[in-house]
Ligand binder design. Structure first.
Ligand SMILES: Nc1ncnc2c1ncn2[C@@H]1O[C@H](COP(=O)(O)OP(=O)(O)O)[C@@H](O)[C@H]1O
Ligand SMILES: [Mg+2]
Length: 421
């Protein structure tokens, strides 16, 4: 990694989670400390225990003369190359051998960088820096460079029941796997009333509930057994779709299972039920991307606003949720115009899907996707466009004819190594 590459702010979808470690941070000014505190509050650092001080590298040396160093120590210095190396030399005398050290400096000096790397410093970051840069640097110490990049979790939630959130999630999962030729897993967290299997005319298979009942047992082998194949590159971790059992579980169980799921494919579509529970909130807060589907009606607007406000506040370093207005133009129904809906939420809709009972009704009746029953419809066109946006790649122009999918695969950021060292 070069100094120039390292100073760029990473894409929020590419930054990994920081494991359950303790981190001591010693900035030498309040501005740096504020960014560090924001990093400590980020969802990706939720498991780590972080302590932020403003006494700089000298303070760190004094503090750790009395106590053991944590897993990671981040120290800041305003010194030049010689001063940083001298201060670090004194710090090394109190630092345990297995502690990882990240240095924050104020000189963009390749000689200093090389000296630090020679002395087994894990990373050198030149101020000013961003929260994501810090999280990326810490996570990078613990990520296995040979491991496959983690899949991106895209959570779909509706503003009320029946707005079409699941239908859109299923069609997007289909488009990822089929039109974009990318390995995709659809997980149905609507355990009692989920329609994933119905909508794909599929029967049987293991379920998400079995995974959630014993999350610690879930590994790639068990996951393979529980998932059913819906297509060449599409797998389903189904909800049982039954009310015969009381199904309760906690946020941690969903987290544990999704951590295994995201190692199995680059794109994970999570169908979230229209319900409010601690695990729903937790799963939405921790997804890489959240898609809110709303109908153009007042209850949807209120609920969309509440969801948007909660998610913006809880995910300050992530992209804001995307809004889909669905089922727009139902005859005789008074509707809130899309422009007013967007204005009230302070966000443009990423897609506006028309009321299209013929295509959606036929798709549901057949257990097929919109792309199969009405490939030329406006709905299919909008959903395909959205699938490209969510995968982070540009849709090829119509003039180029058949898509060269191998080329697009290379452009998929998720398929590239997260940390090109
Ligand atoms: N744009 C649309 N036009 C017409 N019907 C739609 C549209 N979008 C979804 N539907 C239908 O609405 C119903 C509810 O959709 P569903 O995805 O189950 O909602 P949710 O998951 O939000 O509860 C389904 O029968 C679906 O086919
Ligand atoms: Mg649903």
């Amino acid at each position: 990694m070069t100094l120039a590459a390292q100073t760029a702010t990473p894409n929020n979808a590419m930054v990994s989670l920081v494991p359950r470690i303790s981190i001591g941070i010693f900035c030498d000014n309040p501005q740096s400390a504020a960014v560090m505190q924001a990093a400590a509050n980020d969802r990706r650092m939720a498991k780590a225990h972080v302590n932020v001080e403003t006494s700089g590298i000298v303070g760190a040396t004094a503090a750790y003369a009395q106590e053991a160093t944590p897993n990671v120590v981040i120290v800041e210095s305003h010194g030049d190359c010689a001063q940083v190396m001298a201060e670090l030399g004194r710090f090394a005398e109190v630092c345990q051998p297995n502690t990882k050290v990240i240095v924050i400096g104020h000189v963009n000096d390749i000689v200093l960088y090389r000296e630090l790397m020679k002395n087994h410093v894990s990373d050198y970051i030149v101020a000013p820096f961003s929260t994501l840069q810090i999280i990326d640097s810490i996570a990078g110490i613990y990520s296995d460079p040979k491991a496959a990049p983690l899949g991106r979790i895209i959570a779909f939630v509706g503003t009320k029941g029946g707005v079409g959130s699941s239908t859109i999630a299923h069609n997007i999962a289909y488009a990822f796997s089929n039109n974009l030729d990318t390995e995709t897993i659809l997980t149905d967290l609507d355990l009692s009333f989920g329609t994933s299997a119905l909508n794909f005319n599929h029967d049987g298979g293991g379920t998400f509930y079995e995974a959630l009942s014993a999350p610690e047992r879930v590994d790639s082998t068990l996951l393979d057994r529980l998932m059913s194949k819906l297509g060449n590159k599409l797998s389903l971790l189904n909800g049982p779709g039954t009310i015969e059992r009381d199904m309760t579980f906690d946020s941690q169980a969903v987290d544990t299972v999704l951590e295994v799921v995201r190692k199995a494919a680059p794109l994970i579509v999570v169908d979230i039920p229209n319900a409010w529970a601690p695990w729903v909130r937790h799963t939405l807060l921790n997804a890489d991307e959240v898609i809110i589907t709303a109908s153009p009606e007042l209850p949807s607007l209120r609920n969309a606003k509440n969801l948007m406000d909660m998610l913006k506040a809880g995910r300050p370093n992530d992209s804001v949720p995307k809004l889909i207005l669905n089922n727009v133009g139902v005859p005789k129904r008074p509707e809130i115009p899309a422009a007013d809906f967007s204005k009230a939420l302070g966000i443009e809709a990423s897609a506006i899907i028309p009321h299209d009972p013929q295509s959606f009704g036929q798709a549901q009746g057949n257990g097929q996707m919109i792309f199969e029953v009405a490939p030329k419809s406006k709905s299919a066109e909008i959903l395909e466009q959205l699938s490209y946006e969510l995968a982070g790649i540009a849709k090829p122009s119509a003039k180029s004819g058949k898509f060269d999918l191998s080329g697009f695969m290379q452009k998929l950021p998720l398929l590239k190594s997260k940390r090109e060292k």
